[in-house]
Design a protein around this ligand. Structure first.
Ligand SMILES: [Zn+2]
Ligand SMILES: [Zn+2]
Length: 437
C-alpha cells in the first residue's frame, strides 16, 4: 500500500512510531489537513476460500474475517480521490493516508498517536465493512492487554512432586480468582483470557513456566485500570499460593471511541449522496446462500448486529431481502458497542467520524469464515467504493467550507478542554510483533 501511495504521487514516511509496517502518505500543502485511516491486518484461524458458500479453510490459516482488506483499500481510494480533486482544481490543503497496522490485537494507532503521528491533523475519517449502511456513532470499550508470566520449578511429577512448584497451577488459580471477580465488576466490563503458554505437553513434568494473556475492557480507561489493579492482586495471590514468581508484561491498550457529532452529520449527508449499492440478482443469490449457513440464533440477531454499526430501525425494510440496499437514518447514539478499536485513540486527539458500508449479506458477523469469503465479492467492492466516495466528499467539504470545519473543530475543542488525552499505554511499552509475544 505504501508503494502504491508513492505511485499515486504521495510522499510516504515509513516506519512510523517505530512500527515497521506503519506509514503516513501525504499530498498537498498547508491547511486544512485531512486524514484517512486505513487498516490491513487479518486474523488467524479465519483462512477461507473467497466467494464460496461453504466453509473451506485454507492451508495458510489467515483471513480477512474483519474486512480490513476492504477497509484499507477504501480509505486509500478516498485519499486518492481527494488528491486528484485538489490537483485538478488547484485547491490548497493536505491529504494524508495513514497506514495503520495491528488493529486487531496490537493497537497500532494508539502507539502512533503516542508518538505524535496524528499531531496537527484537522479531521480524521474512516469506515468499517459490515452488513449495514450507516454512521458508526456508538462509543466503544477501552481496553488493556497484559501478559501474566509465572516461573516455578520443574520436577518429576510422580517421583518428586513435592520438589516442584507449578507455574501452570498458578495460571489456573489466577483464572479461577478472576472468574470469581467477574461478579464484582461493573456490568459493561469484559474480561477475557487466553493461556498462551501452558508449560509444555508433558503431564509427567511439573510445569516450570506458564503464561496467560488477559484482555480487560470497560467503557472508560480508568474503569479498565481499576479492574486491572484487582486482576494484578489475584495474580500475586496465585503466585503466593504456588510459590512461583510472577512477572507482568503490559502489551498494549486503547481508549474508548469519542464520536464527533458535527463530523458525523457531514459524513451522513455524503453517504446519502453516494447512495447504497444496488445488488445484482447474482449478488442477492450469493447473500441468500450465505444466510442459509447461519443458525436460527444467528439469524435472529441480524438487526441487533447492525445496531452496533449505527443502524437505526426494526429491520422491516429488509423483509424478504438478504442484503441491505438502503441507508439507515442517522441518530447519535450513546449505546455502547461491545468491542474496541484503536481508532478511539485517534478520536481523542483529532475530530473523527466513521461510517459503515454494506459489504456483506445480512446476518454476517465479523470474525467468521462467512465474512472472509465475502471480502472479495463484487458486492463488497461496490460497498467499499461507496464508503470511499462518502469519505472523500466529506474530506473535500471540510477543505472547501470553513463553516463545516469550524463546527467540527469547535465541538472537539469543547471535548478536549474537559477531557485531556492520556495515552493508556505506558511510555516504556514498545509495540510488539505477534511472534515476539
Ligand atoms: Zn475490524
Ligand atoms: Zn476485527
Amino acid at each position: 500500500m505504501a508503494s502504491e501511495c508513492e505511485k499515486q504521487g504521495f510522499t510516504v514516511q515509513r516506519n512510523v512510531a517505530g512500527i515497521e509496517t506503519a506509514f503516513v502518505a501525504s499530498y498537498g500543502s498547508g491547511q486544512p489537513v485531512i486524514g484517512f485511516l486505513g487498516e490491513f491486518d487479518a486474523l488467524s484461524g479465519l483462512g477461507q476460500k473467497p466467494n464460496e458458500t461453504t466453509y473451506q479453510p485454507q492451508d495458510l490459516d489467515i483471513g480477512h474475517g474483519c474486512g480490513h482488506n476492504l477497509l484499507g483499500t477504501g480509505a486509500f481510494a478516498a485519499a486518492c480521490a481527494v488528491k486528484s480533486y485538489l490537483e485538478e482544481n488547484g485547491i490548497s490543503g493536505t491529504v494524508k493516508f495513514f497506514g495503520c497496522p495491528g488493529e486487531e490485537g496490537g493497537s497500532g494507532k494508539t502507539f502512533m498517536v503516542r508518538e505524535g503521528a496524528f499531531d496537527n491533523i484537522d479531521a480524521a475519517l474512516t469506515w468499517h465493512p459490515s452488513p449495514s449502511n450507516s454512521i458508526m456513532s456508538l462509543p466503544t470499550l477501552a481496553n488493556y492487554q497484559v501478559f501474566f508470566k509465572f516461573k516455578g520449578t520443574a520436577a518429576h511429577a510422580a517421583n518428586s512432586p513435592h520438589l516442584g512448584r507449578s507455574a501452570l497451577d498458578a495460571v489456573e488459580l489466577m483464572n479461577i480468582g478472576v472468574n470469581y471477580l467477574r461478579e464484582h465488576v461493573i456490568q459493561d466490563a469484559r474480561i477475557h483470557y487466553a493461556v498462551t503458554d501452558a508449560g509444555g505437553i508433558s503431564p509427567n513434568v511439573v510445569q516450570s513456566a506458564a503464561e496467560v494473556l488477559y484482555l480487560i475492557r470497560a467503557p472508560q480507561v480508568d474503569q479498565v485500570d481499576s479492574i486491572y489493579q484487582r486482576v494484578c492482586k489475584i495474580a500475586q495471590g496465585a503466585a503466593l499460593m504456588t510459590e512461583t514468581e510472577l512477572s507482568i508484561v503490559f502489551d498494549k491498550a486503547c481508549s474508548n471511541y469519542v464520536p464527533n457529532r458535527n463530523l458525523e452529520k457531514i459524513l451522513y449527508n455524503n453517504l446519502k449522496q453516494m447512495g447504497a449499492a444496488n445488488p445484482t440478482d447474482e449478488e442477492k443469490q450469493f447473500a441468500k446462500e450465505i444466510w442459509s449457513t447461519f443458525t436460527e440464533e444467528e439469524k435472529g440477531y441480524y438487526v441487533e448486529l447492525m445496531k452496533g454499526f449505527g443502524y437505526i430501525g426494526d429491520g422491516s425494510e429488509f423483509a424478504g431481502k438478504y442484503v441491505s440496499d438502503s441507508i439507515s437514518p442517522y441518530m447519535p447514539s450513546k449505546e455502547i458497542f461491545y468491542g474496541s478499536t484503536d481508532v478511539s485513540d485517534v478520536s481523542w486527539v483529532v475530530p473523527t467520524a466513521q461510517l459503515s458500508a454494506a459489504t456483506s449479506g445480512l446476518g454476517t458477523t465479523l470474525h467468521t469464515w462467512q465474512m472472509t469469503t465475502q471480502g472479495l465479492s463484487s458486492f463488497a467492492n461496490k460497498g467499499m467504493i461507496r464508503a470511499a466516495g462518502s469519505m472523500a466528499l466529506t474530506g473535500l467539504e471540510l477543505m472547501t467550507s470553513e463553516e463545516a470545519l469550524s463546527a467540527v473543530k469547535e465541538e472537539f475543542k469543547t471535548f478536549q478542554k474537559e477531557n485531556p488525552y492520556k495515552c493508556p499505554i505506558p511510555k516504556e511499552v514498545t509495540p510488539s510483533k505477534l511472534n515476539d509475544r
